[in-house]
Design a protein around this ligand. Structure first.
Ligand SMILES: [Zn+2]
Length: 290
């Protein structure tokens, strides 16, 4: 296995619409030197503020992950972060002329293909590999995430359970490799529960929702497109639980670490995922100091 840091080989651009804001945003991905990490640059603001994508710049509410200062930050980063984790990209600069990363098709597929298409460049310096040595746990009601030592790499499992009539329980487990990620996880799309659509509308969110970038789960267990309400053709029978693992991979990459651990998640969302990312990051700092 190659344990050296990576970036992309050349500049590539992509434009699309943000899921929450509905605004068209342009991204420009640029190669970056070793040990510089993942950085956004808001080119629509005169001072072009830089926003680093790591746990120390996290802000925002429980359901949305935002980075950086209010007004000069970036949100909806998780599916892009998952693609970067999947490709093992440690360093990249991302110019963005708005505050939300475009949704693409609601999965990581588009970002994977786009970045892989540029060619991945291996740098001289070693990757920042962190082998978890202690057991970590975060929980919130019935939701929890456990992180356990596991020296073989990164293993993730998720239990999705809406209790009762709502969608059958789905479980999925995967060993994180570039190939497993690109074929089994990256294509899994965003979904939302029909019960929270109204709440979203009231908050003025979801302006960029289209039939092509998300799925809606109904109380009787059916899954449809969000606008036309026609039955959705799933990419996997258990696409929802796979998307939950995609989200965890993206959120945990806010540690900017190549993590070796076993992650066991039950009903967790972005809030708990980022709490775990913070704990893992703290644990890695302790280990460096020992
Ligand atoms: Zn997601």
């Amino acid at each position: 296995m190659n344990n050296q840091q990576k970036t992309i080989s050349r500049i590539v651009e992509y434009s699309g619409i943000g899921l929450f804001t509905g605004e068209e945003v342009k991204l420009r991905f640029k190669p970056a030197p070793a040990n510089t990490g993942i950085n956004f640059k808001r080119t629509d603001i005169a001072s072009q503020p830089k926003v680093s994508a790591n746990v120390e710049t996290l802000s925002g509410s429980k359901r949305l992950i935002s980075l950086g200062e209010k007004g000069a930050g970036v949100k909806s980063i998780e599916h892009l972060m998952a693609a970067l984790a999947g490709l093992g990209i440690d360093n990249i600069e991302i110019e963005i002329n708005g505050n939300e990363v475009p949704a693409g098709d609601g999965s990581s597929l588009l970002f994977m293909q786009l970045l892989k298409g540029t060619g991945i460049k291996t740098l001289e310096e070693p990757k920042n590999i962190f082998c978890l040595q202690e057991e970590l746990k975060v929980s919130d009601g019935e939701a929890s995430i456990l992180a356990l030592p596991y020296d073989k790499g990164l293993s993730l499992s998720y239990i999705l359970d809406f209790n009762g009539s709502f969608l059958n329980r789905q479980c999925f487990e995967i060993e994180m490799t570039e190939n497993n990620f690109s074929t089994e996880i990256a294509p899994a799309r965003t979904f939302g529960l029909s019960t929270i659509i109204e709440e979203y509308k009231k908050l003025g969110w979801g302006k960029g929702v289209t039939d092509e970038n998300s799925l809606i789960l109904h109380e009787d267990g059916t899954i449809t497109k969000p606008l036309s309400m026609s039955p959705a053709k799933l990419r996997f029978p258990n696409e929802c639980v796979r998307h939950k693992i995609l989200d965890i991979i993206g959120d945990l990459y806010l540690t900017n670490l190549t993590l070796h651990a076993r992650i066991v998640a039950t009903k967790s969302g972005h809030y708990l995922n980022t709490c775990m990312a913070e704990k893992i990051f703290e644990s890695s700092k302790k280990q460096v100091h020992n």
